[in-house]
Write a protein that binds this ligand. Structure first.
Ligand code: ADP
Ligand code: MG
Length: 331
């Protein structure tokens, strides 16, 4: 059973609806109305060593990225983050000052950057390092940007380079195959990562959630998602939930200079089926794009358009491209 059919079958309607729920399961974050003016946006994401990050990822980066991926989900709803809760499963050999000092420094640095406070959590001993972060944010009532609002004729945009993290991961795993198998220590991946180009390193290990842009797109974007599982699959969620199709122009998608050096088919694999980008993908009418682009030059990039129909059609310089859209599959 796929992740999404499992969620839909077992979790989507597992409990009775509550009056305060504006958006429940199925978007990047849940939206709850607490007062007539503001809504709470909440989301949670779990990261497990060896599955979501290579075993030897530096503790600082584990802390930083665990928060970043959650703030990215809030950003994709247009929410302003204010707090996180951290549930951590810690193997005994990592319950030491060196590891925890670095981990919390990573958490602290990104929280400071986005004015977010760690307000609670839970700590337990486990075999594999596991971090589960819940992030809380707020949006003005009825303003959260959902996945189901895309309209035929909308332009499709992204907030930055796509495919860089996927390229970085491929490079790391090809240089050092032992990374996913060896028991965790703190220095091994540091050495491997130091050979990566710094822009690729940042894309994979220290992604920047697009929090300010997400909020600016309130009232501008008709639909939005963050790209965590691959542009093809994540845009696919907007399309299914909005009941529309899309045409993507591969040559317009912003990419890293290192990615451009690869054969085109490999580039497209990273761009469409990679993942871990934590850029925003959103749709908006063309007049709103022009106004936004004039006021915020070079911050958003048109990569396609919403059309009647279903699914994603890929084009490269007007030529139709066949590329199976897979994205990240958990099961
Ligand atoms: P994202 O990639 O943005 O983190 P996911 O694809 O992981 O979102 O999840 C899709 C939706 O399913 C989200 O609304 C999420 O909250 C919900 N969801 C995932 N797992 C569960 C679960 N075990 N119980 C309830 N809801 C879940
Ligand atoms: Mg998301």
């Amino acid at each position: 059973m796929s992740e999404f059919s499992l969620i839909n079958k077992y979790f989507k309607n597992a409990t009775a609806r509550h009056n305060s729920t504006i958006i429940g399961i199925g978007d990047d974050g849940a939206v709850s109305r607490l007062s007539p003016k503001h809504e709470l946006v909440s989301c949670t994401d779990m990261l497990i060593a060896g599955r979501h990050f290579p075993q030897h990822t530096p503790a600082y980066a584990i802390g930083y990225k665990s928060v970043a991926v959650n703030l990215s989900d809030l950003a994709s709803m247009g929410a302003m983050p204010f707090a996180i809760l951290l549930a951590i499963g810690l193997p005994k050999h990592l319950a030491n000052d060196a590891f925890l000092g670095e981990l919390t420094q990573g958490i602290s640095d990104i929280c400071t950057q986005f004015k977010t406070q760690l307000i609670g959590g839970d700590t337990t001993q486990t075999d594999s390092l596991t971090l589960c972060i819940t992030a809380l944010g707020s949006v003005p009532c009825n303003m959260a940007i959902k996945r189901d609002g895309a309209k035929v004729g909308d332009l499709i945009c992204v907030s930055g380079e796509i495919g860089s993290a996927s390229l970085a991961l491929t490079q790391i795993l090809s240089t050092d195959n032992s990374l996913n198998n060896a028991p965790p220590t703190n220095t091994h991946l540091d050495n491997t990562l130091s050979h990566l180009d710094s822009t690729l390193y940042h894309a994979l290990v220290l992604p920047s959630p697009q929090v300010a842009l997400g909020q600016k797109l309130i009232g501008v974007a008709n639909s939005m998602i963050d790209v965590s599982d691959g542009l093809g699959q994540d845009l696919g969620h907007i399309l299914t939930q909005s009941g529309v199709g899309a045409r993507l122009f591969l040559e317009k998608i912003p990419t890293n200079a290192h990615l451009k050096k690869l054969p085109t088919h490999q580039q497209w694999q990273h761009i469409i089926n990679g993942g871990d980008d934590y850029q925003l993908c959103f749709t908006l009418p063309s007049d709103k794009f022009c106004a936004f682009n004039d006021a915020n030059p070079n911050s958003i990039f048109v990569i396609g358009e919403i059309i009647d129909g279903a699914g994603v059609e890929l084009y490269h310089h007007n030529q139709k491209i066949q590329l199976p859209i897979k994205g990240w599959q958990h099961f």
